[in-house]
Design a protein around this ligand. Structure first.
Ligand code: SF4
Ligand code: SF4
Length: 298
């Protein structure tokens, strides 16, 4: 079985306990205004541009079958309406100014990569984390990866937005040692405005996992003006009432903005600002009021 990923990050310390290998699945059903990984939104591989690496040889222009590439003094540009993501321009580029983001990989190949750092997992209490994009957007592939990881004796984490049919969550939950579960907004209309989807599945699936006794840590991305204020209290009350013990507060940062340009995507993050320390302090204090153990950052 094969799936599509866009990164395998070794020695990760922010994606669950210990030292981990984080595998980033490509494709996500949400389109959050503040997404830090826009290269994970589309499930299909796509060319990404690094203009400062260009040496202006023009080879990419010559090989493109769709006449989608142009090169000027600023480097290469791609007309995304014409591009068919064949990858030929990225294959001939001598300096990797054009790179494909995303690749197909089998479960066996993926687990072989993960196995390379087993010594670090054993020493640190780490393991493998499946992230994205949204790993549950490739449900059969995720299920097979988790099964293989558990059969190999690895600790498993799934980092999810929770927006998936309940049967897909049910199918994997026994093979997941810890869920990192994003909660972005408690109001469903606001959730739809900011992410493109309602929060019904997200809230229902979280409660289902807790009802089955599965370990869950909530993650709350904090974006001033978009999901702070009353929403922090609503999130705290919900988590307390359903029995979540730990929540990570993840302050927004704008480091992904240039990735949107490299992918030819429009960024919605102009509406988002990194929160001042005081706003983070207030959110942490508010969540602690509801008896939650609050951790700053991943
Ligand atoms: S990926 Fe293929 S179609 Fe798209 S710009 Fe490159 S060569 Fe052209
Ligand atoms: S092939 Fe690479 S280095 Fe040459 S013009 Fe195209 S992007 Fe620039």
């Amino acid at each position: 079985m094969q799936g599509t990923i866009f990164n395998i990050q070794r020695y990760s310390i922010h994606d669950g306990p210990g030292i981990r290998t984080a595998v980033f699945f490509k494709g996500c059903p949400l389109n959050c205004w503040w997404c830090h990984n826009p290269e994970g939104l589309d499930v299909k591989p796509q060319p990404m541009i690094w203009p400062q690496r260009c040496m202006f040889c023009g080879d990419c222009v010559k090989v493109c079958p769709k006449q989608a590439v142009t090169v000027d003094e600023h480097g290469p540009a791609i007309d995304r309406r014409r591009c068919r993501a064949c990858g030929r321009c990225t294959e001939v580029c001598p300096t990797q100014a054009l790179e494909m983001v995303g690749r197909r990989i089998t479960v066996v190949e993926l687990l072989q990569e993960v196995e390379k750092d087993r010594v670090f997992y054993d020493q640190s209490g780490g393991g493998v984390t499946f992230s994205g994009g949204e790993p549950l957007a490739q449900p059969e592939f995720l299920q097979a990866c988790l099964r293989g990881a558990k059969e190999a004796g690895l600790h498993t984490v799934v980092d999810t937005c929770g927006h998936a049919p309940p049967q897909h969550v049910e199918a994997i939950m026994a093979d997941v040692d810890l869920f990192l579960y994003d909660l972005k907004h408690m109001d469903t209309a606001e959730h739809r405005r900011l992410t493109g989807v309602d929060n019904d599945w997200i809230l229902d699936n979280l409660q289902m996992l807790l009802a089955h006794g599965r370990p869950v840590r909530a993650r709350f991305p904090l974006i001033p003006g978009l999901n702070d204020g009353d929403n922090v209290a609503a999130t705290g009350i919900f988590l307390r009432d359903i029995g979540v013990k730990y929540v990570h507060v993840l302050p927004y940062h704008g480091m992904a903005v240039d990735k949107y340009q490299r992918l030819g995507r429009e960024s919605m993050t102009a509406a988002a600002q990194a929160p001042p320390e005081q706003i983070v302090d207030e959110a942490v204090a508010r969540l602690e009021q509801y008896g939650l153990n609050v951790i700053r950052g991943g």
